[in-house]
Write a protein that binds this ligand. Structure first.
Ligand code: ADP
Length: 452
């Protein structure tokens, strides 16, 4: 087992990894930017090293700085969290070359999954249905028009290296395509240093459903059920739940079987999430694999009883899957997560600043993952996630009731938050009926929630 782990991240996920390490008796090293000097992850780690200025390109994304910190502190492994370097295959390779275990899949698998278009081909070959789309990278707008002709409009242009909902454009006709192709390419080049585009059929009003995978290095793969992530703003998730209100036990069993085989076939190890869109007929189509821990992993932890982050560490240390996941695995109850962002709940504009009052809810079935506290400053340089509020219940109704009282008792003053938006969503009859798709929020104009 590892003796010491460096956490190449900040905020709530850095604290989450520290919790897992403490339980496993592993010492921790925090890295931080100058803006995060007073953060809780710095306080609760055994050691901490400043790796550069506030801008993430010069600190949390700076590979030489992170690796130097790991070498100086003599760690055995690095946990990358999510975002930042978590899906950077080059970084994973540099870690391995420096004799430091990267806590995640092998670099070659991260690289494969990092190209959404290559990942599509690989899982399709392993028997997973994918959204109909282009083969290979689209050379230019003409080739895109040709492909769209075969697929049928509307289509969605997507960045091969995409993430966070960027580099995507919905195209409804051939006339619209050339300018949108150019825009999407530019956005992809600016965001991911890679302008490559591919194309999928645009599925009207789908549901976003994803399956959680854990795999060891000896060919054992387990699927810990699914999460429903259709409540999104600007293609980014806002509320997630497990299980999905629309996945039947038969569909779940079929998908878990398919995925166990497919992920074994592609040589997947450690934790990963396989994302699908569900169309109106209830068919699921693969869109991508996230080769890391997800923001929304706590809902799966509640229903499965499996500690996802501890599992990642144990699997990276070469433990077998049965040390992390009980056999047989039973999924029980219902969990919901609200992402509480420091942002205007109507315009979604980030709202950094000093938190003047902070009360975290608790009581039965409620969990809060956050690095925020009273009098802390939310810096403007990073994502706007302030806290994850997770509620668990015997069934969906109880989880929602607990979430409602927790939202009411969650006090954050000094910055705007998405709490009022969550409260409106949780009161919506369609949400309560489990009847919603990814365009839910754009149609949700009640009480001043703007259309997007
Ligand atoms: P990213 O990696 O940027 O998050 P994804 O491929 O995971 O991108 O897609 C994010 C969201 O965009 C999905 O949850 C869905 O709402 C929408 N989306 C992606 N592909 C399609 C598609 N083919 N048809 C309709 N909506 C899509």
């Amino acid at each position: 087992m590892f003796e010491k782990i460096l956490i190449a991240n900040r905020g709530e996920i850095a604290l989450r990894v520290i919790c897992a390490c403490k339980e496993l008796g592993i010492r921790t090293v925090a890295v931080y930017s100058e803006a995060d000097r007073n953060s809780l992850h710095v306080r609760f780690a055994d050691e901490a090293i400043c790796i550069g200025p506030a801008k993430s390109a010069r600190s949390y994304l700076n590979v030489p700085s992170v690796i130097s910190a790991a070498e100086i502190t003599n760690v055995n492994a690095i946990h990358p969290g999510y975002g930042f370097l978590s899906e950077n295959a080059d970084f994973a390779e540099v870690c391995e070359m420096s004799g430091i275990r990267f806590i995640g899949p092998k670099p070659a698998v991260i690289r494969l999954m990092g190209s959404k278009q290559r990942a599509r081909s690989a899982v399709a070959a392993a028997g997973i249905p994918v959204v109909p789309g282009s083969q290979g990278i689209l050379k230019d707008a003409d080739e895109a028009i040709q492909n769209a002709g075969h697929i049928g409009y509307p289509v969605i242009l997507k960045a091969v290296a995409g993430g966070g909902g960027r580099g995507m454009r919905i195209v409804r006709s051939a006339e619209e395509l050339p300018p949108l192709f150019q825009q999407a390419q530019q956005e992809a080049a600016a965001s991911f240093s890679c302008p490559d585009m591919y194309m999928e059929k645009f599925i009207a009003a789908p549901r976003h459903i994803e399956f959680q995978v854990l795999a060891d290095e000896y060919g054992h793969v387990e699927v810990l059920g699914e999460r429903e992530c259709s409540i999104q703003r600007r293609h980014q998730k806002l509320i997630e739940e497990a299980p999905s209100p629309c996945v039947t036990p038969e569909l779940r069993a079929k998908m878990c079987d398919l995925l166990r085989n497919a992920m074994r076939e592609v040589g997947y190890t450690n934790a990963g999430t396989v994302e699908f869109l569900m169309d109106e007929d209830g068919s699921l189509y693969f869109i991508e694999v996230n080769a890391r821990v997800q923001v929304e992993h706590p809902v799966t932890e509640f229903i499965s009883g499996v500690d996802m982050v501890k599992s990642q560490i144990l699997l990276a240390a070469g433990e077998r899957l049965d040390t992390c996941v009980p056999s047989p695995l039973t999924l029980r109850g219902h969990a919901i997560e609200c992402r509480v962002n420091a942002e205007n709940p109507v315009t979604y504009t980030p709202s950094p600043g000093r938190i003047t009052a902070f009360n975290v809810p608790g009581c039965v079935g409620v969990r809060v993952d956050t690095a925020a506290h009273a009098d802390c400053v939310i810096p403007p340089y990073y994502d706007s996630l302030l806290a994850k509020l997770i509620a668990y219940g015997r069934d969906r109704g109880e989880a929602i009731a607990r979430m409602n009282r927790a939202l009411e008792m969650f006090i954050v003053e000094g910055v705007d938050t998405s709490i009022p938006l969550h409260q409106r969503i949780l009161a919506d009859p369609d949400f309560l009926a489990g009847n919603f798709t990814t365009d839910f929020l754009s149609r949700f104009a009640a009480n001043g929630a703007r259309t997007v």
